[in-house]
Design a protein around this ligand. Structure first.
Ligand code: PMP
Length: 395
């Protein structure tokens, strides 16, 4: 059968990242290729207890259909959490989503007509790139440095692409680089969005996982005119399998998001929303997040110390103050795929930088993840990686 797919459907069945994860998943390989939260930190017993309570005390309503905007109690709790991070908002400005991935998809569906420009950090979250491509976006990448997106390059991109619909940014502990946008740039990005009349999509799954440095307010904090759509998720602060995230935006946008969510999946799992709301009512989620910060912070420090010991001095790597990732840049024209293969021969793996770039990739770049690995494994893996880098650089 010759299926007549729409233009939204990927042309090939190739899954380069899936293939990397498969190779990286073999038992002898120490893999820094994943991006998962540490499962030993999931509060399984507490969630079991509150789940039973939900069934016992509110089973009938939790198992019923509900409203697309989400469980009001959970939205109130999110409003309170947002206030702690510098976003003053109301329940009417919050919609629950089935994870940030859905928030990204709904935003893209809402704004992108084929050919519209979306400006992204370069590199950026590859699954967001896939979504934007599926709606026919023209992707324009903006270079970054250790303070995030470069503002002069952003303005040049805005001038060159008057059909820009939105700027997509992950300002805190970015995936894949671990970098954080400075406060000055957060204010500047709003100023530029005002000047060129575009929207900002602020994707913030990692902001709460800060283990070093001082807190920086989200871009949404500086938003006076309702042009920032903020999104976050329970995936990194509680459990990704629960598939719950949220959007904070102007009420006019939340009304549209709600209609579009209704068409997509009616509403996010009502039972899970009740479980998370009860978990937050009965347990201290901030204390839980502190545990995550402390474990990831320790693993990051071990990884960076091992890199300082085993990597050639000319190799550059980011120093994240939170989140899950470190970005490595090897100078010169290193073939990242050849490096990957040398690493596999040494039983260590990473994700090559290529899929994170909207267009041409910078050679010799890759992402490392430290959230799921024991410290001794990190030390051994980074030593192997250092050997593989030295071999590849010598060739
Ligand atoms: N945005 C970014 C930057 C991410 O890294 C991820 C998950 N890895 C997501 C969104 C999707 O998260 P969720 O589980 O909430 O769908």
């Amino acid at each position: 059968m010759n299926y007549q797919f729409s233009t939204r459907v990927p042309k090939t069945n190739e899954d380069p990242v899936g293939n990397i994860l498969k190779v990286a998943g073999s038992s002898d390989v120490i893999s820094f290729a994943g991006g998962l939260p540490a499962p030993e930190l999931f509060p399984v017993e507490a969630l079991k207890k509150v789940t039973n309570e939900v069934y016992d005390q509110e089973g009938r309503s939790a198992l019923q259909y509900s409203i697309a905007a989400g469980y009001p109690k959970l939205r109130e709790q999110i409003v309170a959490r947002m206030a702690q991070s510098g976003i003053n908002t109301t329940v009417d400005n919050v919609m629950i989503s089935t994870g940030s991935q859905q928030s990204i998809d709904l935003t893209a569906k809402m704004f992108i007509n084929p050919g519209d420009t979306v400006i992204v950090e370069q590199p950026t979250y590859l699954c967001a790139l896939d979504v934007f491509r599926s709606y026919g976006a023209n992707l324009v990448g903006v270079e970054m440095d250790d303070d995030g997106m470069k503002m002069m390059a952003l303005e040049t991109a805005l001038q060159a692409h008057p059909n820009t619909k939105f700027i997509y940014t992950i300002p805190s502990f970015q995936n894949p680089t671990g970098r954080t946008m400075s406060v000055a740039r957060r204010q500047k990005v709003i100023e530029l969005a005002e000047k060129y009349d575009v929207i900002i999509l602020e994707d913030d799954p990692y902001g709460a996982i800060r283990f070093a440095g001082t807190a920086v307010a989200p871009i949404k904090h500086f938003d006076q005119s309702g042009r920032v759509i903020y999104m976050s998720t329970f995936s990194k602060i509680l459990a990704p399998g629960m598939r719950l995230g949220w959007i904070v935006a102007d009420t006019a946008l939340i009304k549209k998001f709600t209609l579009m969510k209704q068409s997509a999946d009616v509403h996010s799992d009502n039972l899970t929303q009740h479980i998370v709301a009860r978990f937050m009512a009965e347990y201290d989620i901030d204390a839980h997040i502190q545990k995550i910060q402390s474990v990831y912070g320790q693993r990051e420090r071990v990884m960076v110390a091992a890199m300082a010991e085993h990597f050639p001095a000319s190799v550059h790597y980011s120093r994240p103050e939170g989140g899950l990732f470190i970005w490595v840049e090897i100078p010169g024209n290193i073939d990242t795929q050849a490096l990957f293969e040398t690493c596999i021969a040494h039983n260590v793996a990473f994700v090559p930088g290529d899929p994170f770039y909207p267009n041409a990739a910078t050679p010799g770049t890759f992402r490392l993840n430290y959230s799921t690995m024991a410290e001794d494994q990190i030390k051994i893996g980074i030593e192997r990686l250092g050997t593989a880098i030295k071999e590849t650089m010598a060739n």
